[in-house]
Design a protein around this ligand. Structure first.
Ligand code: AMP
Length: 169
């Protein structure tokens, strides 16, 4: 299946100059979503204890992936959304600055975590999520994306971590 055909390019969203990769055509196709989850589940990242994904589009892939792999799911969220004790990391992204948080007890020391998001742009968001997992004592097994915008160099920014993507642009 040509997964890339289930992406829609939206120019100048959310601000001028950004070519937004809209995943809603993929979400609306059960066959495409099946193929995406199959592809992520087939990545040979070794044994993992948890899947962590980044709010909010990462959740759309992270939860079904965690269920498929038979492991727990950890939400990485924007500030103020998680109710329990959190750790926070601030980061710079393609269109602005932001921060992400994780529950302090979401990942236990020694656990191997597969991190997932819909799209790799500059890598700032995923880099912050990796730091959160590591601050809990976890190990990053890999960073997996449905879409990778290669020209933004996010893979290099994630440097020391393994990076996988299903669609390279
Ligand atoms: P970054 O931190 O720069 O790698 O940005 C990644 C996050 O921003 C992901 O959660 C994406 O959902 C979102 N994002 C950034 N750029 C785009 C884009 N061109 N199209 C769709 N989503 C994007």
């Amino acid at each position: 299946m040509n997964l890339a055909s289930f992406l829609r390019d939206v120019p100048d969203f959310p601000k001028p100059g950004i070519l937004f990769k809209d995943i809603t055509p993929m979400l609306s196709s059960p066959k495409a979503m099946q193929a995406a989850i199959d592809g992520l589940a087939a990545l040979d990242v070794g044994p993992i204890d948890k899947v962590a994904a980044i709010e909010s589009r990462g959740f759309l892939f992270g939860v079904p992936l965690a269920m498929r792999l038979g492991v727990g799911f950890v939400p990485v969220r924007k500030p103020g959304k998680l109710p329990w004790k959190t750790n926070r990391i601030e980061y710079v992204l393609e269109y602005g600055t932001d921060a992400v948080e994780i529950h302090q007890d979401a990942v236990h020391p020694g656990e191997r975590v597969l991190l997932v998001d819909d799209l790799l742009a500059t890598g700032g968001t995923m880099g912050a999520a990796c730091q959160l997992v590591e601050a809990c004592g976890g190990t990053v097994a890999a960073c997996a994306f449905v879409v990778e915008l290669g020209f933004l160099g996010g893979r290099k920014k994630l440097g020391q971590h393994r990076v996988d993507s299903l669609i390279g642009i």
